[in-house]
Design a protein around this ligand. Structure first.
Ligand code: FES
Length: 156
């Protein structure tokens, strides 16, 4: 992971430049490197893939996986799909929003946490599920959520 800069962005995009449909893997590579798609990447991608900026913007804004702002130190994604909803993910989401004081897509003022919606984490046998950074956690209720948050705060 690194701070946005054009040189590294070009290096991430380059291996996909000649691929048919290379825009999506290039965007994923940028996400893996910077954790978001900087506004400055749009003209770069448009130029390399011979697309208009509007076309690139359309793709980036269509997929909610592509963040437009740098996230907080930890990203918490709560599953909003059916199996998780049936087991209480709405209540868990309300609790998380209240505890963190933010909505989906926002980052706490401390820069510690970004909260996002996700649609199935492949953990439907242990719902409701969430993902903290790269770790999927199942059967999360409000109490477990608070414990997970406390764990992260201790690690800080
Ligand atoms: S529906 Fe939530 S993990 Fe699959």
């Amino acid at each position: 992971m690194s701070q946005w800069n054009e040189e590294d962005a070009r290096a991430e995009i380059k291996p996909h430049a000649a691929e048919p449909g290379g825009l999506m893997p290039a965007l994923h590579a940028l996400m893996a490197r910077f954790r978001y798609i900087d506004q400055a990447a749009l003209p770069l991608l448009a130029d390399i893939f011979n697309l208009s900026r509007a076309e690139v913007h359309g793709v980036v804004s269509f997929y909610h996986d592509f963040r437009r702002q740098p996230p907080g130190r930890h990203v918490i994604k709560i599953c909003q799909s059916e199996a998780c909803q049936a087991m209480g993910s709405r209540g868990l989401t309300r609790h998380a929003m209240q505890v963190l004081g933010i909505d989906f897509g926002d980052t706490t003022p401390s820069g510690d946490f970004t909260l996002e919606a996700v649609y199935c984490l492949g953990n439907c046998a242990a719902t409701p599920a969430l993902m903290i950074d790269d770790r999927v956690v199942g059967r999360v209720d409000a109490k477990r959520f608070d414990a997970l948050l406390a764990e992260l705060e201790v690690q800080e």
